[in-house]
Design a protein around this ligand. Structure first.
Ligand code: NAP
Ligand code: F7E
Length: 343
């Protein structure tokens, strides 16, 4: 049997790297799309090239979601069985600073891929995965969020992803495309981007422990997030494309923690003895052992609007995809700390 071909937009990102490795293990030929940058930005996938088992089935190609012709040419050239759209300006806070660009890449970029599939008459041949997000639920008041929960996005990022969600559904309904929306809650890993809160906390605490950083500055300590591991979540993406019919699925752990809970768990694992004092922007954490302040809050890390509470109900994925998260928050934190210490 011929190897299946997957085309991944966003291959240089956290999920792109995990998904590439997952698909290569399943004997796919993986074509990853990276955008041009002034320095090499392939660190997350460099190990694939060093792996004798996988390097010949892994190809990197240039492209950009803001450039429709590059997308069309790539799909024509690769003629993939499956396309995963993981490319995005994925930082919520940054989306308030570059709203138009975020909408262009995340919203119109998705439309550009769908339209390229249609123009090439591949709508009945290629399967498409869209990287949707729990940020689309935004200011929801529901205790658990699932596929039936209304979207109330509260950031340019969330709004742009709602467009991508609905246009994917529209192309599925209008043209009979096999197109799925994954609605994924936060998922982290040792290779998470450094400006996302989990990585920032782990990296900061390890550096403070080692003496190379004095303080960690954070924003809102009281928002709640449902955190899983990226390795588990890319498997769910693949499973969505292996069903009889295309559909949309929520992927989450069903557990939620505040940012402060995450700090406390990580600090305990690193043998920090901390005490919180103050309120609001004046809240801080003191290292009891040496009386030094190690965490403070800064206005610049707060957002104009916040998603206060997220907790995913992935029972549909459990029933249909037979998907359940395997890695707990404690195992995730342990792996992130270990990676940070080794690097
Ligand atoms: P990430 O680490 O930020 O990776 C984003 C990827 O998109 C990178 O490869 C980036 O390239 C690429 N990209 C950005 N702009 C592009 C453009 N104009 N053209 C082509 N590629 C572009 O994000 P992630 O955490 O892996 O997330 C993957 C996807 O899932 C994203 O769409 C994100 O919005 C969504 N999502 C993430 C989570 C989560 O918790 N991680 C949850 C739900 C949904 P560079 O390396 O060059 O920057
Ligand atoms: O923030 C709070 C912040 O930036 C989490 C993306 O992958 O997941 C991610 O979006 C929470 C927020 O992730 C800092 O206010 C406090 O409440 O790690 P984050 P996010 O905004 O939830 C969703 C599902 C996606 O789809 C996105 O692509 O932590 N917070 N202090 C902070 N956040 C950051 N970044 N930095 C801080 O200093």
């Amino acid at each position: 049997m011929k190897n299946k071909k997957a085309l991944i937009f966003g291959v240089t990102g956290q999920d792109g790297a995990y998904l590439s490795k997952f698909l290569l293990k399943k004997k796919y030929i993986v074509y990853g799309v990276k955008r041009r940058s002034s320095i090499m930005n392939t660190q997350r996938v460099d190990d694939i090239y060093k792996d004798i088992n996988y390097k010949s089935n892994f190809v990197l190609l240039y492209g950009d979601l803001t450039d429709a012709s590059s997308i069309l040419n790539l799909i024509k050239k690769v003629n993939p069985n499956e396309i995963y759209n993981l490319a995005a300006q994925s930082h919520v806070k940054v989306s308030f600073e570059v709203p138009e660009y975020s909408a262009d890449v995340n919203g119109l970029g998705t439309l550009r891929i769908l339209e390229a599939i249609r123009s090439l008459n591949l709508e009945k041949k290629v399967k498409f995965y869209q990287a949707g997000t729990s940020e689309m639920f935004g200011s929801t008041k529901k205790k658990f969020q699932n596929e039936k929960t209304n979207f109330h996005p509260v950031s340019p990022y969330g709004v742009s992803k709602c467009f991508a969600h609905w246009i994917t559904k529209n192309y599925r309904d209008a043209y009979g495309m096999y197109a799925c929306n994954g609605i994924l809650f936060n998922h982290e890993s040792p290779i998470r981007g450094e400006t996302f809160v989990t990585k920032k906390i782990i990296q900061g605490l390890v550096r403070i422990k080692q003496g190379s950083q004095k303080k960690l500055f954070l924003g809102n300590l009281y928002s709640k997030r449902d955190w899983g591991h990226a390795r588990d979540y890319v498997e769910a993406m693949w499973k969505m494309l292996q069903q009889k019919r295309p559909d949309d699925y929520v992927i989450g752990t069903g557990k939620t923690f505040t940012i402060k809970d995450f700090v406390n768990r990580a600090a305990k694992k690193m043998n920090f003895n901390i005490r919180w004092t103050g309120v609001g922007i004046k809240e801080k954490a003191v290292n009891i052992d040496n009386k030094k302040i190690i965490i403070e809050c800064k206005n610049r890390y707060f957002r104009p609007l916040e998603v206060d509470y997220l907790k995913g109900d992935a029972s549909k994925a459990k029933k249909i995809l037979k998907w359940v998260p395997k890695i707990s928050i404690d195992d995730l934190i342990d792996e992130m700390i270990q990676h940070e210490l080794e690097n």
